[in-house]
Design a protein. Structure first.
Length: 256
């Protein structure tokens, strides 16, 4: 089904049916869900072929998705900490699950990039570990092989101290707990090895669907990582290199 760049469709989001007009060609190019939804055999089965129903989705998360589709940035940075936990992790986890449902690989990779950046670069308050709510969102909405699951485990392994085991036993998903304990049976030695996997997984995740420019930066990151590893540079510094080499796609949230 061909569509003019000027043609729009309406996406009805949330229980209150908030309507978002979007350019059909742009969103179909980004999302396989919308590409399928606007095919004649599916569109003609709806009461209004030009309206797509997403009543089970959160309008604030869909607004962020639309912002990314148009501008390729994710407005997720909060300017205020909320009761000792990092709300950005939760928001980005919700964005990743929406990317799963909308079958938008490039958006999911952008969210993973933003999660890494949120972990190493919080300009307004002290970064906190990924908490129960973000973990539950990711584990409830993804398959076992999901790179988002692996990333959350890696962040914990890179960040957590030995006394954090108490948090794992108190509230975390059994699958997440198993992943963390398998990845970090002992603290310091294991972190060095997992640090390499953390950077490699980040690099490979970012390589998918981000083009030659980002791919070149990823290869630069690999070379730089191996060079600095021989000099025993700490993982926190390597994460900072990740932040500098990959241009951040995060912006200040309009929700804070």
């Amino acid at each position: 089904m061909s569509s003019s760049l000027l043609h729009t469709i309406t996406v009805s989001v949330g229980s209150d049916s908030i309507h978002f007009p979007v350019y059909e060609a742009v969103i179909r190019k980004s999302s396989k869900f919308f590409e399928n939804a606007m095919k004649p055999e599916w569109a003609n089965a709806r009461p209004n072929p030009r309206v797509v129903d997403l009543s089970d989705e959160d309008p604030k998360v869909f607004k962020i998705y639309l912002h990314w589709v148009c501008f390729k940035t994710i407005p997720s940075v909060y300017t205020k900490e909320q009761e000792g936990w990092n709300p950005e992790y939760v928001l980005l986890s919700e964005c990743y699950i929406m990317g799963e449902k909308l079958m938008d690989i490039a958006f999911k990779n952008a969210v993973l990039n933003a999660l890494v950046d949120a972990h190493v670069n919080q300009p307004f308050y002290q970064p906190n570990y990924v908490g129960q709510r973000a973990i539950n969102i990711i584990y409830a909405g993804t398959l076992e092989s999901s790179p988002a699951r692996r990333l959350l485990v890696d962040i914990w392994v890179e960040t957590a101290g030995e006394n954090w085991v108490e948090h794992l036993t108190q509230w975390s998903s059994s699958l997440f707990r198993s992943g963390v304990l398998k990845s970090a049976p002992s603290a310091q030695m294991q972190r060095e090895r997992k640090g390499h996997e953390f950077m490699e997984r980040t690099r490979h995740g970012l390589l998918r669907g981000v083009g030659e420019r980002m791919a070149g930066k990823a290869h630069m990151l690999t070379s730089e990582w191996h060079r600095l590893r021989r000099r025993n540079v700490r993982l926190s510094q390597l994460c900072e290199i990740t932040r500098m080499l990959f241009t951040s796609n995060r912006g200040q949230t309009f929700l804070a």
